[in-house]
Write a new protein. Structure first.
Length: 150
């Protein structure tokens, strides 16, 4: 904009340095959300260029071994966690190979001891389950269950 050519790699480095500052804010939001009393969570598909490239390498390695499908996880998901914390609502997004249940487990691991179990609302997919379901009160979406009968 000022007429000074700046290489794209330099621009990326500067943007990344500023973006790294936001991690402290995200970590604090995670800590606060972990103390919440009501959690809604679900996954949606996402395309992550670095993982798409990695998937190509994984598929090529599997085919070289004579296997049609790789054993490694190749799916990509964005998990949305909407957490009610007192009168506030925290929204956290995670994009990776992890499912909603795994991301929720990570949040529960940051929860302070002695708090009441939070309500966790999701559909009944197994990918939404956490490793230790006794740490929360599970609520399943009735609209999803009704679809199988109507």
């Amino acid at each position: 904009m000022l007429g000074v050519p700046v290489p794209d790699a330099t621009q990326w480095d500067q943007i990344e340095a500023v973006g790294d500052c936001a991690y402290k804010v995200f970590e604090h939001m995670e800590h606060e959300a972990a103390q919440g009393e009501l959690i809604f969570h679900d996954d949606t598909a996402v395309r992550i260029l670095a993982l798409i490239k990695e998937n190509s390498a994984i598929l090529a390695a599997a085919q070289a071994q004579g296997v049609s499908l790789p054993k490694e996880r190749t799916g990509m998901h964005t998990t949305a966690l909407v957490v009610k914390v007192g009168e506030h609502t925290a929204l956290l997004y995670y994009s990776s190979r992890r499912h909603a249940g795994e991301n929720l487990q990570g949040l529960l691991d940051k929860r302070e001891a002695g708090l009441a179990k939070p309500l966790a609302m999701s559909d009944a997919l197994t990918s939404n389950a956490v490793a230790d379901e006794s740490r929360l009160i599970r609520c399943h979406c009735l609209a999803h269950g009704r679809r199988k009968f109507s």
